[in-house]
Design a protein around this ligand. Structure first.
Ligand code: HEM
Length: 112
């Protein structure tokens, strides 16, 4: 969810916006949007994620996107997988929040 101040009159999804109004845009499904991704709920490492917007889009695109991608994909995840052999889900994750949405419980198990 992102808040925006409306600069000029417009309309989206059948809702009209007037200048100076504050609106909250919900795009929690954006990266699984069936209008943009085939089979959006399937985990597919080969998918073209070009249209995905986890770091926003346009002039407010996340300034930390490159650093975050590098830290998570090249360091945090490989370090966790190396330290915890055969790390796997061990239950149902619970997702909460809307402005900052993510797993608040992520039960896992691994071999010692
Ligand atoms: C996985 C981690 C991160 C995610 C998912 C993320 C996501 C986002 C999103 C969706 C936006 C756009 C918000 C909007 O349109 O109003 C944004 C903006 C921004 N992010 Fe991140 N972010 C992450 C990490 C970081 C880090 C590490 C930094 C700084 C080192 C950072 C700095 C910023 C800044 C400065 C903006 C505002 C850019 C602007 O308004 O021009 N982010 N981020």
């Amino acid at each position: 969810m992102v808040p925006r101040r409306v600069a000029k009159q417009g309309e989206a999804c059948g809702i009209r916006f007037e200048p100076e109004e504050t609106i909250f845009l919900m795009f929690s499904s954006s990266c699984r949007d069936e209008a943009h991704f085939q089979n959006p709920d399937a985990y597919d490492l080969t998918r073209d994620t070009g249209p995905a917007i986890p770091f926003g889009a346009g002039p407010h695109f996340c300034a930390g996107a490159a650093a975050s991608r590098c830290l998570v994909a090249r360091h945090a995840v490989p370090a966790a997988l190396a330290a915890l052999p055969n790390l796997r889900l061990d239950g149902t994750p619970i997702f909460k929040g809307w402005a900052f949405r993510g797993p608040t419980q992520l039960p896992v198990a691994w071999d010692i």
